[in-house]
Design a protein around this ligand. Sequence first.
Ligand SMILES: [Zn+2]
Length: 612
Amino acid sequence: MRGAGWTECLLRAYGQAFFCANPLSGALFALAILSADPGTFARSLVGLLAATAVARLLRFDVALVKSGLYGFNGILLGLYWGVFREQSWTGLAVLAALAAASPIVAAACAKGLSRPSVDLPALCLPSILLMVPLLLAVKDVPGFATAPGYLVWELDKIDYRVMDRLFHWGDLDGKAVWSAISSGAATKILLLLGVLAHSRILAGMAVVGLATSIAAGWLLGGNYAVWNSALHFHVSVPLAMALGGFFVAFNRSAVLLAILAVLVGAPAWHGISVALLALGLPAYGVPFTVMALGMLALLRWLPAAAERLGLARIPLAWVGDPEESAVWNRRFRFADRFWREVHALRGSPGADVNRLVEILLRSRRVVAMTGAGGSTESGIPDYRTHEGAWKKYDASPFRYEAFLASEESRRRYWEMSEDFFHIVRNARPNAAHIALAELERLGRLERIVTQNVDNLHQRAGTSIARVIELHGNELSVSCLKCGKRYDRVEVHRWIEGGVGVPYCLACQGVLKPDSTAFGQPMPLAASQAALEAVSGCDCLLVLGTSLEVQPAAYLPWKAKSGGAALAIVTKSPTRYDIHADVVIRADISDVMRRTVARLKLLLPLMDGAAAR
Ligand SMILES: [Zn+2]
């Protein structure tokens, strides 16, 4: 990781602290912590650096390290260390050691919890597992002050007459509410901006969480209990974000679940805090982790009930973009079943095919581009490479100029062309052709741009209007003078009947198969149509072409610059590989058969839901 990579990784870790793993959110969160207390920020940075350095040193999965998941635990340790402990250099050294151990504990937690049979997030668990034993061990050691109780309500100040207040909302003290909202305003504004930079849904849920938390505090403990930053910001707000859009797809049910969790979370926080305080321990992230894990476990193990309630738990592997999850959930009524199916794909072998499935699921206007590799699997040789059918012949007479120039060249051209025609005529569409025809029936395929001339896409069932043939078609013949078209089978019969060089019946002009000869200009209309199709697509699926020949070689660039996804399935490397969203080096028929089989499994779930 270079300098910029490191900075981004550290910022993402700050973002993870509030479910917004992007660098901008992370920068704003870091500023928020700094504005609240520079000492706390310094400790969070120590924890973050120690955790990240060890994760890198132990060669943990770079993608996870970059996402800030390991550094995030270091930050949590730093934050809580600052809140709960007397500060000293010894303390800082202990914190650094604890943070250094955190990636190992985090990896163990993730390993245990992310198994498909469990599929729950680790949340603050790694830092709790590290912090609590240490606090218990050192609570009598001089220099490590006992945990302060100020983050728990003072029991004698609490008015527990809940039922009274339930019917007297007018007694809620506006000043206490305002104080809960406005204290530490700069910090809160920075936090909210940070969340907004990542997701409007999460920002909305943070506000819902705070409002519910204030109400819950009032209901539970009266006006005294309305103001408590520990309840609001260590429990309620993250709980509302976690359940109302981050781990559960955002919809009305998820908002209600989040509100319910905050209402239940307030007394749970109070009870857990009081119990832990009796042991000399701060509540730390325990109440939040218990509540969030409990709710998610319920959804995990009661999927039928969750589905009935309209709650869709997002599988861990897909967590991260609340807006996208919300769209999916809205579109798919059987969201939980859908997520389960998708999750099953993620976990199965053939990750690349699953990545391709993912891309195609998100794409509405797919343009497939097929090259010789698509036809070689049907037994048609790649006639543009040296291994191809042309090797048998000296190519020069078959150049377009030669064809135009002499009767003898034309005779040899037709001779060769008849060989090729036999191969093409007897070839059968392979699994890739059939899969693409299926893709059209599934409503996802906009166009096929093909460099092949063998008509196999059409024979597999793809609509003729959707196939753009960059190099023409071997199965039709045209008069170069008047443009009259002939069926190749008909011309073939003439040749079988003894005609060496066929001529136009209408004008006696030169006839030529409609596949482009060497040296012959490409059909301009086809190139233009291909360009238009690719300009408007949201996914270009490149199949079995090395992307060396123009205009095909230009199309991926056009697609990419228009914001489309680029998927490449071909046996040999292409110069676009580094720009592609997925590259699969395998037989395209096998890949396409598996891909479309999976799409057929998933799309009815989506489309069925959309139709309702
Ligand atoms: Zn003619």
